[in-house]
Design a protein around this ligand. Structure first.
Ligand code: ATP
Ligand code: MG
Length: 138
């Protein structure tokens, strides 16, 4: 069993897409084992995306991710990290495969509706980052 961090980003929450995105998760067989709506402060969004320090899109990304509420969750299942990223689709919706969440819902490469951890180590770090919000012990 593997766990991964999911976020429904502000663009998708603002367009009433939370239910449809969670339905795709559940229909895939992944289990939603933690779930919370939070509104990140800019400094929290910057800390979450610190791996992108120095990238030209970081300031805009931080402003976007702290612009409104998001839904944070932990998904569990066999191969959960890869399965959730497959459901999400490519970062740029213009390049995302048919039937993926980003293909169907994302507005553009920044406002791309969902986040998923990309490896076991980042999944552990990202779940730990949101542990307090999710009611988990650090
Ligand atoms: P995420 O980490 O959010 O699941 P990802 O792993 O597909 O997405 P990353 O390369 O980690 O993509 O980028 C993190 C986020 O930064 C993207 O999801 C997107 O919101 C934003 N982003 C990435 N590249 C660009 C870009 N070239 N222009 C604008 N925003 C970008
Ligand atoms: Mg990423």
């Amino acid at each position: 069993m593997e766990q991964t961090l999911m976020m429904v980003k502000p663009d998708a929450v603002a367009r009433n897409l939370v239910g449809r995105i969670l339905a795709r998760v559940e229909e895939s067989g992944l289990r939603v084992i933690r779930l919370r709506m939070v509104h990140l402060q800019a400094q929290e969004a910057r800390a979450f995306y610190r791996v992108h320090e120095g990238r030209p899109f970081l300031d805009a990304l931080v402003a976007f991710m702290s612009s409104g509420p998001i839904v944070v969750g932990v998904l569990e299942g066999e191969d959960a990290i890869r399965r959730w990223r497959d459901l999400m689709g490519a970062t740029d919706p213009a390049k995302a495969a048919e039937g993926t969440i980003r293909k169907d819902f994302a507005e553009n490469i920044e406002r791309n509706s969902v986040h998923g951890s990309d490896a076991p180590e980042t999944a552990r770090e990202e779940i730990a980052f949101h542990a307090l919000s999710l009611g988990l012990r650090g």
